[in-house]
Design a protein around this ligand. Structure first.
Ligand code: G
Ligand code: G
Ligand code: MN
Ligand code: NA
Length: 255
């Protein structure tokens, strides 16, 4: 409860920050996108992550305003990287979206924010958690169609943790599947997870969407994903989520 009250002031006091984590093409090793991840510099608790407060935000009805803050901050950052001729300039930024945002006029919020910063829709991706998709599927599908038709791409996040049927996946305007970290964690240790990941990659091929493995932490996991012909990887082994300037610094040092 206290967290919910403090959240009201967090926006005013500018306590939120986006961290950025690259996604890398598994063949070329090039960065091909960046995921924005919300952090809160909490006055008592220190730096806390989305996992610690997104559900409290949903309960207290503040998800929409926080979601709008995230979208604004990500587009402002894209504009900044572009204007400074940063290597990060032309890369799509992925924003995590909570389902209540989809109902709360997401297409117009996106349109307004892209317009404000003069950003092309192709620079924005939305990540939507699979486990939240099943409720109100028709509504979600039609809103996502509208967004997709505007040129923004759509990723299904945490794939494998929900209950999406193949017909649901086929109906949704999906561009990317992100395999949940829980399947990557034991890659190479348990045979079944390798089989599951291979099956998801094959399914992505059948749906003609790109497939990303998240939570890649070891060289072994990367090697297995390469042998399974996964398209993209993301995780601590490649790069931690970092503040925008720290990420730009890090990339200067490693390239
Ligand atoms: O980076 P991290 O551990 O904080 O993410 C934890 C969870 O919070 C993940 O499920 C992630 O998708 C979610 N999350 C991170 N940033 C955002 C955000 O800006 N909006 C929403 N809705 N969820 C986010
Ligand atoms: O649900 P979503 O995929 O948006 O959440 C991503 C979360 O995973 C973020 O909290 C991010 O900080 C975290 N993360 C990113 N890379 C790794 C990794 O290699 N290992 C682990 N355990 N978490 C990671
Ligand atoms: Mn995500
Ligand atoms: Na995820």
């Amino acid at each position: 409860i206290q967290l919910e009250q403090e959240m009201q002031y967090a926006l005013e006091k500018n306590e939120f920050e986006l961290y950025y984590q690259p996604k890398v093409d598994i063949l070329s090793n090039q960065i091909i996108g960046i995921e924005a991840l919300l952090r809160w510099h909490h006055p008592r608790l220190g730096l806390i992550t989305g996992a610690d407060f997104i559900s409290a935000a949903a309960d207290s009805g503040q998800l929409i305003s926080i979601g709008e803050w995230v979208m604004n901050a990500a587009c402002e950052q894209a504009r900044h990287w572009h204007d400074n001729n940063s290597d990060l300039g032309g890369l799509p930024i992925a924003i995590n979206i909570a389902i209540p945002q989809v109902y709360a006029g997401l297409p117009s919020t996106l349109h307004r924010t892209l317009h404000k910063y003069d950003i092309l829709p192709s620079l924005i991706q939305l990540e939507i958690t699979e486990s939240l998709l099943i409720r109100d599927l028709e509504m979600v599908t039609s809103v996502l169609r509208e967004i997709s038709e505007s040129g923004i791409s759509i990723a299904i996040d945490d794939f494998g943790t929900g209950y999406s049927s193949l017909s649901v996946l086929k109906a949704l305007p999906i561009d990317i599947l992100k395999i949940d970290q829980s399947f990557i964690r034991d890659l190479g240790k348990t045979h079944s997870d390798t089989t599951i990941v291979a099956a998801i990659i094959n399914m992505a091929r059948a749906l003609a969407v790109r497939v990303v493995a998240e939570g890649v932490e070891t060289k072994e996991q990367l090697a297995i994903l390469r042998s399974l012909e996964c398209d993209e990887v993301q995780g601590f082994y490649i790069c931690q989520p970092l503040p925008a300037d720290a990420l730009a610094q890090q990339l200067l040092q490693t390239t």
